[in-house]
Design a protein around this ligand. Structure first.
Ligand code: MN3
Length: 205
């Protein structure tokens, strides 16, 4: 069984003007597709063969670096596409909103902490909202690493990912060039809080 590129639930142009169609097309059909292809090519004969994408992250310390890079890339992007939506934006509600207020002080303070993690990640990587030890936390990881990986120096402190933002230049350069902070600001218009809340519920109950 091999890994496959997931279909998006929206058109490449659906997130404009916040994320442009050309970026979405290249990001999904070229970058993510290459991670899937390279993962499938790398996994044969390793201990990861036959494992699902979550299991792979959790045993990454035992796997070749090609699986760390491409298996991380496949997991991270599959999550990212689920978390953004043309119907996104606004504010979280319900239990998630209460947890954000409790653990960060307010929604605005959470946004500042998350944007700071995304802005200060040097080079390529990801910013995360995770659920860990009964609390919400923000962190970032380099390259295609993520909080699920069993590699302490790479997983940003670990935890269950609830929300992810790709801050590789390929995620924003066509539209935003060097202006990563503008891309991070635009992300708040496409984040789907219903998806984040669902992941929070699964992680916390
Ligand atoms: Mn990417």
């Amino acid at each position: 069984m091999s890994f496959t590129l997931p279909e998006l639930h929206y058109d490449y142009a659906a997130l404009e003007p916040h994320i442009d169609a050309k970026t979405m097309e290249i990001h999904h059909s070229k970058h993510h597709n290459a991670y899937v292809t390279n993962l499938n090519n790398a996994i044969g004969g390793t201990a990861g063969e036959g494992k699902n994408i979550i299991e792979l992250q959790e045993m990454m310390s035992h796997l070749p670096v090609a699986i760390r890079n491409n298996g991380g890339g496949h997991y991270n992007h599959s999550l990212f596409w689920e978390l953004i939506s043309p119907n996104g934006g606004g504010n979280p509600s319900g239990e998630l909103a209460e947890a954000i207020d409790k653990d960060f002080g307010s929604f605005d303070e959470f946004k500042t902490a998350f944007a700071n993690a995304a802005t200060t990640r040097f080079g390529s990587g990801w910013a995360w909202l995770v659920y860990k030890d009964g609390k919400l936390a923000v962190c970032s990881t380099a390259n295609q690493d993520n909080p699920l990986m069993d590699i302490p120096e790479a997983n940003g402190g670990g935890g269950r990912p609830l929300m992810a933002l790709d801050v590789w230049e390929h995620a924003y350069y066509l539209n935003y060039q060097n202006r990563r902070p503008d891309y991070i600001s635009a992300f708040w218009n496409v984040i789907d809080w219903t998806e984040v809340a669902g992941k929070y519920r699964m992680a916390s109950h």
